[in-house]
Write a protein that binds this ligand. Sequence first.
Ligand SMILES: [Zn+2]
Length: 452
Amino acid sequence: MSRSAFGVVVLLLAAGAALAVGMARCEGTPPTIETASPLAVGADARTVTVEIADSGAGVRSLRATLVHAGGEAPLSEREFAGSLLPFLGTHSGRERVDLAIDAKALGLASGDAKLRLAARDLSWRDFGRGNEAIVEVPVSIDYRPPTLSLAPGIIYAKRAGSVALSYDVSDDTERDGVEVGEHFYPSIPVSGEGVPAGRRFALFPLAQELPSDVKIAVVAVDHAGNRSSRTPQINIKDRIYPNESIVLSQGFLDHKIADLAGATGVNDSDKLKAFQEINTRIRRENEEKIRAVTAESAPELLFTEAFAQMPDSQVRSAFAERRSYLLDGQKVSESIHYGYDLASLAGAPVPASNAGRVLFADELGIYGNCVILDHGLGLHSLYGHLSNIDVKAGDSVEKGQTLGQSGQTGLAGGDHLHFAILLRGVYVDPVEWWDPKWVREHALGPLAAARK
Ligand SMILES: [Zn+2]
């Protein structure tokens, strides 16, 4: 081939490539727009996420307008990085925009409106303006918060205790429950003959470590994010952390800790270090597992009477005891003990403290052989250090049914039952749940009253 002929071929190839690119840049497929629909906007500004995608030339722009009875309010106008010339700039096939809609600041009245989203791509179509897609989303502007009414009266509770209350919300409520400081505990709807629609019942914990000035509020939030809140009158009786010292023996470290280290994968070349790791890291991991297990609960109470303490057992600890572990007179570790140690005969049968369902029946680190029961509405009981387990996960159990035998598996220095109650994943003092009068007046009574 001659030199000039070669030049012609190269030119033709270049022209062909340009034509191909030009044809590609003349594509006629508009971008797609995705967002939640329909939308509700309340008294507070709300952020709406819009996703624009274009598989051809790429996303060029988005214009968002709120179309309402009085006219149009521009919300946002965005141009995205990208060039009309091929091979220049980066062409994005997907863009995400967070649109802030503040209907109150725009001076809009309550009522129906539309969010109009217009997106263009980087195609050369429409005289270089690109293909346009328009999506209209119905918007309801609603400034009225849900109604929320709380029965009057003072609730007497205590730190590390459990609280039940009921209230009524209007049917536009989307989410409601009780806020205790940073924590949120959802309610359950209560239904029955003659019970008003919107009746709710909440059972929630007051954790031992709550600050004494903690803010407690019953809240209801509607579809537009409007929020109502009421402060229940709860008189919280304080309780302290009792202190307790536990003296470790060399025999405990040499035998118990060696076994436990083996079972939990902790290096035990230094028995004291192994104990310290078991009492911190392994304890923390075991607590995380307990939180995961107790996230599951039946939507109604599975029992009809008070919980029972293990028969003929002696309480060998206080609730929320701060434990210092001593070796040769030196403090080597500490923990907080959120339960009761109940001592009976070695290998004594351990009965279910109340009717429920087995969620967990397995080995669990410091708790040894452990059973966790669900009693409904976020209430769980835990049985640790068993020598033997007689039930399996999924079993329904009756109050008094044998779950296994007491023992000293896990981090236990002698045969006893470690018994704990959790409400919504928070340890609460079981004493309340063991007391038939308290259960009647503070749990089953309020639930029965909510059903009237
Ligand atoms: Zn214990």
